[in-house]
Design a protein around this ligand. Sequence first.
Ligand code: IPM
Ligand code: MN
Length: 361
Amino acid sequence: MAENRILLLPGDGIGPEITKEALKVLKVIEKITNTSFEIKEALIGGQAIDDKGDPLPIETINELKQTNAVLLAAIGGYKWDNLPNEQKPEKGLLRLRKELDAFVNIRPAKVFSALADASTLKREVINGVDILVLRELTGGIYFGNPRGVSSINGESACLNTMIYKEEEIKRIVKCACEQAMKRSKKLCSVDKANVLEVSQFWRDITIQTVKNDYSEIELTHMYVDNAAMQLIRNPKQFDVIVTSNLFGDILSDESAMLTGSIGLLPSASIGDGSKPGIFEPVHGSAPDIAGQGKANPIAMILSLAMLLDNAFAMNKEAKLIQNAVEKVLKQGHRTSDIAEEGVTPISTSQMGDKIAETLIL
Ligand code: IPM
Ligand code: MN
């Protein structure tokens, strides 16, 4: 297999628009590094339901075996909201994560100082925030069995199961420790151990893992309700956060919003390295603005940067892209989600052009 393969999954809503902008940036990277990527495209989500009757069709699964990395834009939309759970676009994404054993989801929330006033919080609270949320991605209540409609003593009911096995906790805590070692060596594990047995277990295993393998790390624990509050009250107290699937879903949206817009944040979902990772924006498919040129392509472009860094060891190029984004923001260019009052927003493709141009400079 060629070494430089990327599988694109543009998906639904604003997905195709922002994918186009990431490709512009990739073209420039190819030019300046004199490398070329083999790019393929496949279906996922609502588009895949419409075309193939399945949110993760077999054709896409087969492509996963032929690629080094997956760049996914977004899935879902009103059109598919009323389908049964198993057939929803979201199921395609969940199956993709499981298929690739992508058990750790890395979601950085870094405030660009040029945008510190775009946040709903005060500049002094958020300026300098640089948090890494590590969310467990293939376990917990998202995947636990039993699940679904049931009946208890003849009364209809419904249930989900929050379950974690020791190994599932250990492997993500180790990833979190690796990240923490490269940063401030501070790790905060978020749980609900005052109520949930599964959280108490999470806490015990986390303590043991850190003690055994990463004794240099300063480990703290926080209940998820308190963490949600502390993120707004004083986000700078956090560096690396590790947490379970559901809590991480919620807290990563919250920490994304500290930066001003969820349209800015990338993510990486990776496993043990034997299968390709998935790189995607934290935001969704934004069907309300799809096709209008209003979407912010920055999260997608930064996801490409994470992909290059992670899947192809192109750390330098990833930095170049991040710097280009920062520069364009400093110059005052804004898409509508981050435009301050009185600033005329530029379109999705204009933002892509600006970033691509800045890369060449
Ligand atoms: C995310 C999304 C997904 C999740 C949905 C679309 C299934 O919210 O990636 O955070 O809950 O994991
Ligand atoms: Mn989410």
